[in-house]
Every structure is written in C-alpha cells, then in structure tokens.
Design a protein around this ligand. Sequence first.
Ligand SMILES: [Zn+2]
Length: 480
Amino acid sequence: MADRVLLRGGYVLSMDPSVGDLPSGDVLIEDGRIAAVAPSIEVDGGDVEIIDATGRIVLPGFVDTHRHTWQAPWRNIASDWSLFHYLWGMHTGLSKYYRPEDTYNGNLLGTAEALDSGITTLLDWSHNLKTPDHTDGAIAGLRDSGARTVFAHGGGAPQWANVPGNAVPHPVDDARRVRAQYFNSDDGLMTMALAIRGPQFTTEAVAAADFALAAELDVDVTVHVGDGELGKTRPIEWLKDNDLLSDRTTYVHCCTLGDDELKLIADSGGKASVAADVELQMGHGWPATGRLLKVGVRPSLSIDVCTSTGGNMFGLMRTALGTQRGLDNAHLEATGGTLANGEPIPLTARDMLEFATIEGARACGLDHKVGSLTPGKDADVILVKTDVLEMSPLNNPLGALVYNAHPGLVDTILVAGRVVKRDGRLTQLDTDKIRAGAQQTRDHVLEQAHDDDLIGDITLGGTWTPVNPATAHAHGHSHA
Ligand SMILES: [Zn+2]
C-alpha cells in the first residue's frame, strides 16, 4: 500500500497555471510525490495521514538559489559593514580559521534555519572549501538538515583573495572527487553544481578552465556577475565571445551588467538570481529585477549571506518587490508619466511568489521535480498560518504572503512527502544542538582570530569594523 498524506481544506496556491488556485482544496501525496490537487479528494482505507490545512495557505516550498551557507554563525555581524569590510573581515578573514567541523556547523545551522522558514530547496554556494575535509563537512551539514539542497562546489579563500585577477585554479581534483563520491546520480535529495568565479574575478584562462570543468562534470554553473564596479567589466560579453553562455548557468546579481548583456543572457536561456537585500546593503547596485524582466528573464531570488540581512524568503520578497516598485515609480515621476488612466502596475505579488518558487526551481535545474504543486512532482510543500491577527481576514493570499507573512507563521513543512515541521516545530532536528554547534564554531574562530592584525580588533555587540589587510600594518594596528 502506498505511503499517503492528505493535506485537507487549505487555500492552495499551486504556482502551476494548469492547476491554479483553490480557495479550499486538498493535496494528496503518495510515496513522496504529489498525486492529486483538487477541491475535494476522497481517500478510502485508513492508511492515510490527514493533515488539517484549514486556516493555512498551502504552497510549494521556497527555493533559495544562492547562499554562502557556511557563514550562518556570523549572523548580523556585518549589518553595518560595506562590501569591503565583508571581504576583509569575513570572506578572506574569519574564513581562514574554519575547521571542517565549523563548515559542518555553519551549513547545518544555515540550512536548518532556511528550512524552518519554508525554504525547502537551498543552493549552497560553498566557497570556503580549504581542504577535502572541509568539503565533506559542508556536504554533511546539508545532508543532516533534511532539506533538498544543491551543493555548489566553489573553492576556498585562496581562490577568492586578491580579486579581480586571481589566477589560482579551482580545486579541480576535489570537485571531481565530490562528483564521483557523492553525486554519481542526479536523482537524490542533494545534487551538485559548480560555483565558479567567472571572468570578472579571475583570469581569462582560469575562467575558461572553470567552465570546461563544469562541462566535464556535466553539472550546472552558478556565477557572480554584475556586482558593483567589478560588474562593469563586461563579463557577459566575454562569455559570449568565448561561446560560454549556456542555459545551464545561473547569473547571480546582474546589477551593473549592460542591458545588452542581460539580453545575451536571455537569448542563451540563462537564469538569474536576485539577492535584493544584500545588493542594496552592500552596494552591488540596484537589484536587476525589472531590467531582467524587460529582456524576458524571470529571475529567482537568493539570500546570499546571513552576515548582514535575514535568512528567510518573506523579507527578501518584500525587499525585492518594494525596490522594483520604487524604481518604477521614480522612473514614472522622472518622465512625467502617471498611472492615472488605471493602468496595472507592472510587478505583482504573484510574480514574487513565482520567483521564490518555480523560477528558483528552474535556476537549480530542478523544475521537473519541485517549484509547484503539480501532480507527479516531489511533494515539497509548506503550510502558512492565516488564522492569526496579521493575516485576518484573508482577502488576498498572494499579497498576504509577500507583505504580511513571516517565518513564525510557517506551520507545517514536507520535503519529498516527509513531514519535517509540524504545528510550528521542526520534527527531525535537534535545534538546541544545532545552535550549540554554531556557537562553538563562533567562539573557536573568535579565539583563533584574536591576534589577527590583518582584520582588526574583533569584538561583538556591533562594534567591530574590519580593516584593509593591505594597510593594516601601515596604520600601526596591533594587539597588546
Ligand atoms: Zn554571493
């Protein structure tokens, strides 16, 4: 007999136009897959677990298409830092004191936190892989979370120091080992991608070799482009000239790419990831949502780093929508236009929910499996409470999810049909243990980094601002 779960009587947002929205609907799950979505489903026999979804919105789990998950223990330490502070203090600073167990602790905290907030699929843009043991730690952290994950192998601090123009090759042997050891099938709950630096951070020879490695391993690529001044070096044009644009690549940020470069991405079938919170906070440029849409690319969304901003999709959707509406309104004002004739506004809450679900699945190469409540797909489903003050009365579930909801309302979560959160509590994870592990990592790294003059006097409480290692000694900075 099939293993069956019935989600009964929720407000179903399937995010699949052929299934539609059901103000009161049932979702039947059999053997981990969605078997049916309908206003009412009768099940015979007693072997079905029925989950009451009344007072809940039922929708596909969110997909975060780019997160440097190892940094989770440094939550909010960079909330008042610039991009440069982050590069000096975190990216090539604290990163060097990570042991393999710290990579594990960071990845487990970051992925568990994401899962708890309704992100059922997370792409770990893993770029602190100093040794194969660190890589193993990263993968184990993702695995132990119980979420669906894409491990994007991204090298370590040696590959990321002194950008642009870093000529240190990607750790090719480790990437090959991981593909063979962990990902000899592309059907598991975890899959593999290659997180590479791309032409704006490295040399032309290394960029070409990295894309060749992705082709050899037969994995998707995720690459940062168009962040701040670096992004103005025409990386997409270079990829075009070298015949390296592909529908298997996700371009992260895209803020400062030219419109013609965005068009090249569209023409090649490439995908995009907008990390609106971090782009605004670190100065990458305006989130490219509207410009991407203009050339026909429907973006996905990503958290990027939890060192400054929050790790959940609700805050990110709100920022991305608010920013683009602000840009659209500013454009109207500057050009003397109005919407006085009743024209619809260009970007909607439904768009944001599609970016956070089905477009995210596309960017991860997983849209055949997840991203919508479509019969036949894996059952990655979340239930969001609406029987609370801030969601009542429920007049527009799409608007309520984008503008009112928060992680505390994510009541029940299934990943591939397995219940991982019920009645507001994670059922498969020891959250106290995860928090303790992350705290041990933070304390260990702080202790080790205490005498590191190259990153400045490290303090907590919002009082630490990292220094430029190139000039740290010139300023006579030292510890007693
Ligand atoms: Zn990033």
